[in-house]
Write a protein that binds this ligand. Structure first.
Ligand code: KG4
Ligand code: ZN
Length: 340
């Protein structure tokens, strides 16, 4: 008999619901919130209110797309954290009530673990290979930059992380400084395709061990533009693509340097990337190149599983369901990463 898991994700600014039949995705619905665009970043209170408006229609739609009734669900999995408290509360409260109403198990999921486990979601059309344990995952999103050693579905060891900004923030801030909309990562990626990645050179941070820092490069980009705008007020406009390509190249170089170091240090050649920034074409190419360069086997997620989505919550829920790891009605959200 199949297991049907409903996943609910509401940690930041996307409301998402997904249905899995065992490890195979039947539906993955995502409602993006446009309300934040004019503010140049996520406004937490507006995010919670949008989640509240979106959550019922999004879940309805997911069940409809999956072509199953709520009575067929085996369990409800939801994002418990990390994320914005108000946003997490909407998903958590809904999941608790729905699980209680249906009298089925409730499963709490960590968002960062889920980004990694998204690699185990299978599409209906064709089964794909999944990473073998132990593997390394570079998780790069708007809030986190982590190198994680994944020993099994739930044994994950943090090898390094950012000491300040996340990689996604570096992309978003680069875009903001250039006058582009939020979130800027995809826009930088698009512009970079027409630019020269070696046109401008920005300094690489010198951070110890396997940790990252992205605040220095943002500042040097800001000063670089300020100086050049003094000489030519059209500098950004005239060099948009080259600026985007050069910054993207630098961010990817920074990410790759520590990932390569971690792979050597751990003697691991199974390498995955996850999180919103894993949608970046520069990073995807760099990881793929690792196959030839370092003999890696690489795992790059399908685009729909890079940015926040509930399929990753549902697959994590499935692994917990199989182990009988259930949450109770007293569970409350948490805002910070649980990885140590
Ligand atoms: O994982 P995610 O959807 O949300 C968080 O958990 O933070 O990641 C969002 C981040 C944003 O910073 C966004 O700009 C970035 O991922 N992003 C990209 C691309 N697509 C999304 N950054 C660079 N290139 C992209 N193509
Ligand atoms: Zn995320």
């Amino acid at each position: 008999m199949s297991t049907y898991i409903l996943g609910i994700e509401s940690s930041c600014d996307d409301t998402s619901a997904a249905v899995l039949q065992d490890d195979t995705i039947l539906a993955n619905v995502i409602a993006n919130q446009d309300v934040h665009m004019k503010f140049g970043g996520v406004v937490p209170e507006l995010a919670s209110r949008s989640h509240q408006q979106n959550i019922i229609p999004v879940i309805h739609r997911a069940l409809h797309d999956a072509n199953i009734s709520k009575k067929q669900l085996s369990a409800i999995a939801f994002t418990r954290g990390p994320g914005l408290m108000g946003s997490l509360l909407v998903g958590t409260s809904f999941a608790k009530a729905f699980a209680m109403g249906l009298n089925i198990p409730l499963i709490e999921v960590d968002h960062m673990q889920a980004h990694i486990l998204a690699h185990f979601v299978q599409l209906k059309e064709q089964r794909k290979p999944v990473p073998k344990f132990p593997f390394l995952c570079l998780t790069v999103s708007g809030g986190h930059t982590q190198i994680v050693k994944v020993e099994d579905h739930f044994k994950m060891i943090l090898l390094g992380e950012t000491i300040d900004d996340a990689a996604g923030e570096a992309f978003d801030k680069t875009a903001k400084i250039m006058g582009l909309d939020y979130p800027g990562g995809p826009l930088i990626d698009k512009l970079a395709k027409q630019g020269n990645p070696k046109a401008f050179k920005f300094p690489m941070p010198q951070i110890k061990d396997l940790d990252y820092s992205f605040s220095g490069i943002k500042t040097s980009f800001l000063y670089f533009l300020r100086d050049n705008l003094k000489l030519n007020e059209h500098f950004i406009e005239e060099n948009k693509a080259d600026l985007a390509a050069s910054m993207q190249y630098t961010i990817v170089e920074i990410l790759m340097k520590k990932l390569v170091k971690a792979a050597k240090q751990e003697g691991i050649k199974e390498i995955a990337i996850a999180g919103g920034v894993s949608a970046n074409s520069g990073l995807r190419n760099a990881i793929k190149n690792g196959e030839k360069k370092y003999g890696w086997t690489t795992f790059v997620p399908d685009f729909q599983f890079t940015t926040d989505n509930a399929a990753m919550i549902a697959i994590t829920g499935l692994f917990k369901y199989q182990k009988g790891l259930f949450a109770d009605q007293n569970t409350t959200p948490y805002t910070r990463s649980i990885f140590k």
